[in-house]
Design a binder for this molecule. Sequence first.
Ligand code: ADP
Length: 162
Amino acid sequence: MGIVVYPGSFDPFTHGHLDIISRAAKIFDKVIVAVSVNSGKKPLFTIEERVAMITRECCHLENVEVGYFHGLLVDFVKEKNAQAIVRGLRAVSDFEYEFQMALTNRNLSPELETIFFVAQPMYSFLSSSIVKEIAGLGGDISGFVSKGVAEQLRIKYTNKKT
Ligand code: ADP
């Protein structure tokens, strides 16, 4: 049922992201995870680290591809011949921003749809920023990210302190 692009910062990749990708991969022929290079935030992980991290975490899903984009998302979507953008909705707090983005992207590219997946209740509080905050304070993040990502976070924060 077509190709979709799932864009985001993924800094770092969490169980919430994997849940959206796994569900989208069951419905669509191909899911292209697209790491955004120019989001305003200063990332903890480089683009290369995030692409490698997501590729590793999604290697069991055959129809998932990972890349990154500079500039406009709608241009990347066109270049990939995708028909829709996939986003996750956690709570009412996500809604306003997501609604604005979806309308803006529709304005830029009228035939492009944005499809929302509602977060699983168990992950609806989970965000990359919360994970970084807990990891930075030395807390247990094993319920939120994979072992591999947890280890990468541990290394980042250990190096930061020294
Ligand atoms: P961005 O900076 O573009 O919001 P994120 O990496 O934070 O990028 O999120 C990418 C997408 O994944 C967004 O649509 C976001 O709402 C969704 N998302 C993030 N965390 C979760 C989660 N725990 N459950 C479901 N969707 C999520």
